[in-house]
Write a protein that binds this ligand. Structure first.
Ligand SMILES: *[C@@H]1O[C@H](CO)[C@@H](O)[C@H](O)[C@H]1NC(C)=O
Ligand SMILES: *[C@@H]1O[C@H](CO)[C@@H](O)[C@H](O)[C@H]1NC(C)=O
Ligand SMILES: *[C@@H]1O[C@H](CO)[C@@H](O)[C@H](O)[C@H]1NC(C)=O
Ligand SMILES: *[C@@H]1O[C@H](CO)[C@@H](O)[C@H](O)[C@H]1NC(C)=O
Length: 303
């Protein structure tokens, strides 16, 4: 290679590197995790290769059959951010199956935020149940129907989570909020790093309690698909959760993410009026006294 060729190649390389850096800078500024990040970068399979199928770094299938449930989880833990995943649910006959996507810390006083997709017989709608545990206390189930068929395409299910509010989102629609009401004595998830988990399992026993149809192995294997493995959140490094609490300048802490805006409140109310099928807040058999956070979390007092 002579000097001119070398110089020409160097120029090409510089242009390439500049473009690459520009792309990376753009990606770092993106506000959701639709950036192609490989599964292996942030996650590990926790069941065998026939049940957690890593098809390529960007697409993973969980496979439930008579032999095993299926799962994967993150390598590390996070505190605050917008944490979500693209999920396409088990198509056809999925009754009795539960596809779970959840964030959880370990231990008895753990924090946890759950999406649980409850399968149904062919042609009938999935139920999406969400729950929140703060300092080990859960029992805050809400269940909605979705306004689309979640088995046809990937949809992005996520939690926008900061020290003011936790918003459960389906694509960009808020379906639930859990606000920081520590001042009123309601525990909030703001000091524990959570791992990110996905699983597909036989929920027949649990589901049948509510009178739903059991899982039928004739229709196995049951397969749910996952994508979007980037994590737009604060990673807890060496157990230092405080670093995520005091971290300044991350987009999810900005004032516009500390509460819902008027459009989001309207969207949340539409979910509440049109799609809500169970809410612990109105289950007076379970909770004769309405939990203190309920009115605040549906934003009724703000209107
Ligand atoms: C996966 O399934 C194949 C075919 O049934 C079997 O040979 C193999 O041992 C299985 N692998 C694991 C990791 O279970
Ligand atoms: C299954 O569909 C039936 C009929 O539409 C509905 O009543 C039931 O709630 C659905 N099951 C779940 C788990 O959502
Ligand atoms: C499972 O589905 C098959 C095929 O539709 C049906 O013949 C069978 O009766 C079902 N089994 C149960 C336990 O419902
Ligand atoms: C978010 O929390 C901080 C600290 O408690 C508080 O100063 C701020 O007013 C809250 N933001 C909103 C929109 O309530």
């Amino acid at each position: 290679m002579n000097w001119n060729q070398w110089f020409g190649l160097t120029k090409v390389c510089i242009v390439f590197v500049v473009l690459l850096l520009a792309t990376l800078a753009h990606c770092a500024g993106a506000q959701n995790s639709n950036v192609a990040v490989s599964f292996q970068q942030n996650y590990l399979a926790t069941t065998d290769a026939n049940h957690t199928r890593v098809l390529n770094g960007g697409l993973v299938e969980l496979v439930l059959d008579q032999y095993s449930a299926a799962a994967f989880g993150s390598k590390t833990s996070y505190l605050f951010g917008r944490i979500g995943m693209g999920i396409k649910l088990v198509p056809g006959y999925s009754a009795g199956t539960v596809t779970a996507y959840y964030l959880s810390s370990p231990g008895a006083t753990h924090d946890e935020m759950d999406f649980e997709f409850l399968g149904n017989v062919t042609g009938q709608p999935y139920g999406l149940q969400t729950n929140v545990y703060a300092n080990g206390v859960g029992g805050r189930e809400q269940r909605i129907n979705l306004w689309f068929d979640p088995t046809v395409e990937f949809h992005y299910y996520s939690v926008l989570w900061n020290s003011n509010i936790t918003v459960f989102l389906v694509d960009d629609t808020p379906i639930r909020t859990f606000r920081n009401n520590e001042a009123l004595g309601v525990p909030y998830m703001d000091d524990q790093g959570v791992g990110i988990y996905a699983s597909l399992w036989d929920g027949s026993n649990w589901a049948t309690d509510d009178g739903w149809v059991k899982l039928n192995w004739t229709y196995a294997p049951f397969i749910a698909s996952f994508e979007d493995f980037g994590v737009d959140g604060c990673e807890v490094v060496n157990g230092d959760t405080q670093a995520c609490v005091t971290q300044q300048g991350m987009w999810w802490n900005l004032p516009q993410y500390q509460t819902l805006n008027a459009n989001q409140i309207q969207a949340l109310h539409k979910v509440q009026s049109d799609y809500l099928i169970y809410d612990y807040c109105t289950d007076t058999t379970r909770y004769p006294t309405t939990p203190i956070e309920c009115a605040l979390n549906w934003y009724e007092l703000d209107l």
